[in-house]
Write a protein that binds this ligand. Structure first.
Ligand SMILES: NC(=O)c1ccc[n+]([C@@H]2O[C@H](COP(=O)([O-])OP(=O)(O)OC[C@H]3O[C@@H](n4cnc5c(N)ncnc54)[C@H](OP(=O)(O)O)[C@@H]3O)[C@@H](O)[C@H]2O)c1
Length: 193
């Protein structure tokens, strides 16, 4: 994949290594939800590895994106094309202020926000989570990523057309042991439910 220190995607060499898990997860969730052009999606965890790729995939589909993150990451979300909102208490009200009629789709990449999800979904809206199995009791899909070559090819095609951008928080040399004291990519939190 690499050519002269950069991948065929035009990323620094760390970029492609971040896409398979985070990118496939986001792609498969949005695909299962049938997100399409003209719809609005709320992405919980838009500044994370899965969420930031999810925003870009949703934008490439022609959807309009609202995404949650800490205040310090709102500019990053804007740079990806999303409308940022803070997570936590009052989230549903903040989303309703942006879309009084609710959103068509909610993709949860964090967990712990089912109440807000149900409060912002428009009539007939669809939702899924990768971090909270309880969504199944409320008409949502609880999903796990699957290694599907055709999906990875779709991601590679998006990347080739410069529609995906990946930012690694830190790069570790292969010879440096990661465990147990070195944090993972951006620090992966335990699922909150
Ligand atoms: N089911 C699957 O197949 C699958 C696949 C991959 C990952 N996962 C799981 O998906 C989750 C996300 O992975 P990731 O790699 O994207 O993690 P990440 O890069 O660490 O991102 C975490 C995201 O959660 C946000 N966040 C932190 N605390 C929050 C809170 N209290 N309320 C709401 N949002 C909060 C962060 O926002 P700020 O940084 O802006 O605060 C950030 O957007 C992890 O739990 C991971 O284990 C599941």
């Amino acid at each position: 994949m690499k050519a002269g220190g950069r991948s065929r995607f035009g990323w620094q060499s760390s970029g492609p290594s971040l896409v398979p898990l985070a990118g496939l997860t986001a792609y498969q969730v949005l695909n299962r939800l049938g997100l399409k052009a003209g719809e609005t999606v709320l992405i919980h965890g838009g500044s994370g590895g899965v969420g930031s790729l999810g925003i870009q995939i949703a934008m490439a589909l022609g959807a309009s994106v609202i995404a949650t993150a800490s205040e310090k990451n709102h500019e990053f979300l804007r740079s990806l094309g999303a409308e940022p909102v803070a997570y936590g208490e009052g989230l549903a009200e903040r989303v309703r202020a942006l879309r009084p009629n609710g959103v068509d789709v909610v993709a949860d990449f964090v967990g712990g926000n089912l109440e807000a999800t149900l409060a912002v979904l428009a009539e007939g809206g669809r939702h899924a989570s990768i971090a909270n199995s309880e969504v199944e009791e409320h008409g949502g899909d609880w999903m796990w990523v699957h290694p599907v070559g055709a999906d990875l090819q779709e991601l590679a095609d998006l990347a080739d057309s410069r529609k995906l951008r990946v930012e690694a928080a830190e790069v570790f040399p292969l010879e440096k042991p990661l465990m147990p004291s070195v944090p993972t990519w951006k620090g992966i939190p335990a699922a909150r439910s």
